[in-house]
Design a protein around this ligand. Sequence first.
Ligand code: ATP
Length: 775
Amino acid sequence: MAQIHLAPPAMPAGKRIAVMTSGGDSPGMSGAVRAVVRLTLASGGISYAVYEGYQGLVDGGDMIKEMRWEDVRGWLSAGGTLIGTARCMAFMERAGRLTAANNMIEKGIDALIICGGDGSLTGADKFRAEWPSLMDELVSTGRRKKHEVEHHRHLNIVGLVGSIDNDLSGTDATIGCYSSLERICQSIDCIDATAFSHKRAFVIEVMGRHCGWLALMAGVSCGADFIFCPENPPSDNWQEDMCSIIKKHREMGKRKTIVVVAEGAHDRQLNAISPNMVKDLLSKKDGLALDTRVTTLGHVQRGGSPCAYDRMLATLQGVEAVKAVLDSTPDTPSPVICMVENKIVRKPLVDAIAKTKEVAANIARKDFDAALKGRDAEFEEYLEAFNITTATDKSGMLLAPEKRMRVGIIHVGAPAGGMNAATRAAVAYCLTRGHTPVGLYNGFPGLCRHHDDKPLGSVRILDWLEAETWASRGGSEIGTNRDLPGEDMETTAYCFEKYEIDALFVVGGFEAFTAVSQLRKAREKYDSMKIPMVVLPATISNNVPGTEYSIGSDTCLNALINYCDAIKQSANASRRRVFVVETQGGASGYIATIAGLAIGALAVYTPEEGINLNMIVEDIKFLKDSFAKDKGHSGTGKIILRNEKASKVYTTELIANIIRDEANGRFDARHAIPGHVQQGGIPSPMDRVRAVRFGVKSMQHLEKFAGKSKQEIADDPMSASVIGIRGARVKFSSMEKIEREETDWKDRRPKEEFWMSLIDVVDTLSGRPKECRTP
Ligand code: ATP
């Protein structure tokens, strides 16, 4: 692939951009500040940080501090916000905002980037709207001369949403929400083990006064039995409903019960529902009488180092915020930087705030349908997925007998986080609709071996209770195998016929993709292959064509950044040391690049670009320069990430040795290979929830073909497809088209990789000169 190097945007000389964090702290805020500071400097501007939120703006002086490149070193891994945050009453009043405006003029600040929740962004919008009148007032009251405000007639404001609640309409994710979810899920996973051991019920309260995102996602990813969210209150008869669902789960053999309650939960009349009310019901209800405990997670949900996704989100959104400042004219409405599926977009700040307030207003007037609609589409889909995976009353959901299918579920390729969660969701969906979920154990070789009547039972109907425990498990419970059906298509076709497989759900990476491609082509010869098939991409490498995201890749990134954080700490302590870390990823540099963004790597080496001697020579010059500038600073450990297939010649160890040799004792270099640690242990919440959502969607897609003739199925290009995220949408793509147009079969990756330009962002934010990537 051609090399791209985007220069940082050129900034009008001396443009002064200030960044601030405000409202409740959230993990990733410091990473956003780092990105804003560094891109501002790289673009030729002057960077300021406003300490302690709006209070710092009102107080002025040293609270508005000029930032240098080195000031934000190591900030990506910090929890909370290193420039402080506060709730500021003075800024709620015009007098406070007037003083804040005066302080900004004092420092010559042209633009303000604010990372905070809806309150902070409301304040920002008010400030922007009032700005011209504030300028007039500063002049009329004699605090400023006319010429002093002349260059500041227009205030540039950009919002970044930093909040653990994920409560801003218009964005799928706020900076910090996935880290918070991770903390919640880690806690519930721990509670799960003790609940199982003692057959107990636990009622867990999570944060979210007006927004049930954390409660919903925790419920989906941990396999909770019941959840309470403010925007989707339970029915008026919720006490009976909840108890009946939980009773049914117990009768089906479940040993534990988990109920998740958002702190703002209420019934349809807006009467608060507290964890203790739920506890009383579960422990006192006739026929249930569960040993029930309440756990309030509290502020642990806010803290800790951000997860990989939040570091990436904070970095990319910080970069986008600076670009938005530079693009802005007096006529452009102030933007807020949002994430829609996998796409960073700018939306008008006013609209996003208005929509967010509307959700709260709709809840207050008990219009819950409208409140739910005000959240993003994915909220409703997750809710549907949760309801399907916990449904006990199937009436109204069962399909007519002629539409019910035997759905084969198979894992292909290396294990990846979320494979089991996807399978659990598919099984639950099948049972709710009357389909039969057939587990094809140990991949295609398992299926074919079974045909020899081996007694291992590698073709088995999966039952609810068995799959129910898989929500948070890593690895592959039904076993996975790399071998392709093409190795014995005859037997594979025979087995499909013998076990009456009507539809196929394939979970796995590039091998899974290849397997379905082979099965699709084999339809010409075998009628039993004329069934609908879906691939759910699951691989740490994220190299499956047809999607920008594979489940398992987020788990891998988290494992990798934890590893790199530990290595970096060691490098920091020894001072003057660089680590060359080898990542997996096959012939795709995705993992290396995104991990590079998330840890602030000095450079990433990918198979797409390869490694040449010039690159190493220039990077050594860069390292020498960088270590020279570090004198007197802490946190000087550096990391270069090298994908395992970036070069046949320049191995990870060789690069570290060359660097050490060339450094002539000025600094040290080591290499490190995390290997299979990168597959991760327990899957990340993002992989789990997306696995559930995609699992359910895949089943719904397969179901569309129920009752169709074999020929109709074979003639429909969507009968063999891949589910994936593409830009701002989740969609199914026809295998035939992707195979033909989008697949680089030789290198086992998509022809176009959306993330390639992110290597430039890694470089810009590490200060790596463009010569390093000139062949
Ligand atoms: P969180 O989501 O954690 O609550 P938030 O940004 O919504 O974060 P708030 O406490 O609502 O937190 O707001 C933070 C600060 O933003 C306030 O202390 C105040 O200084 C400013 N602010 C909020 N609302 C307004 C407003 N309507 N007008 C002016 N300033 C405001």
